[in-house]
Design a protein around this ligand. Sequence first.
Ligand code: ADP
Ligand code: MG
Length: 316
Amino acid sequence: MNSHPTAVVALGGNAISRKGEADTIANQFRHTRESLAAIIPLVKRGYNLAISHGNGPQVGNAILRVELAREKAPILPLGVCVADTEGGMGYMIAQSLQNRLLHEGIDRAVSAILTQVIVDRNDPDLANPSKFIGQFYSQEDAQRFAAERGWVVKPDGDRGWRRVVGSPTPKGIVEGPVIRAMVAGGAIVIAAGGGGIPVYIETDGTLEGLDVVVDKDRASAVLGREIGAQTLIILTEVDQVALNYGKPNQRFLSRITISEAKQYYAEKHFPPGSMGPKIEAAITFLESGGEKVLITSIDRAGEAVDGNAGTTIVPD
Ligand code: ADP
Ligand code: MG
């Protein structure tokens, strides 16, 4: 055990793959290495660290592979695709970080932990799923797959129809105590990747997987609580959170309280599926004992930790 400050760093999608660029493994490794620019300053400041990450494009590709191989290889349920991407991406981030620490002459253990995230089987989001995943289909194909495969399908804008799955609220992390012990011992642990593998607890206490997804920012907040982190750092594409984002009267926020975050959330400044879950995660984390949430870009992470960049959210 040591008395260093503890942080969870949630890496956004752009930390690993970039829109409009081929999603090759070579490119993903390159971006992952670049993204370590945000992690190293925290390591040098003595933080105990857990790192989480998204998996949107990667799990989309995993599902596509399942579809393309339908007649040739066994079908992988969504929960297993999430586990597979958590493993593959965990490997990529862990090895990139191990190599970088070697170059920096820093001796810290690094390990990726497959993380099961507990959700409520009766979560209202499961009855009315809203998270689009996988390819676009014609209405006809989508409805046929719904009948044949038990999918829920809905139109996604005007680009076609897609499968939708639940995105339930994370309640706990099965491996929480293990991750907590490792992080407290100084290891840098990659955990809750892709929001973690969704599971629920049966009446007899056993775990059962669910073919849904958990938002990575919301899972990161729960991870933070479970490992006793004081700080949650959400790294994304923007340097700061804004009011009236993208509008002429846009105003960037440097420091806000939970109450202000709730007020702006209610005023619809933070859309679902992008900034909304980050603000929700911030509120959850701070209301369960966290001291500070930083939302910023990879480039600004070091400055943000020193209080000189990003958006800081604090208790009232
Ligand atoms: P990530 O992969 O990091 O989770 P998202 O695209 O889901 O990224 O969410 C981050 C994006 O949210 C930003 O890049 C920005 O375009 C968008 N966004 C929406 N509302 C806001 C806001 N109020 N302030 C800042 N960014 C916002
Ligand atoms: Mg997101």
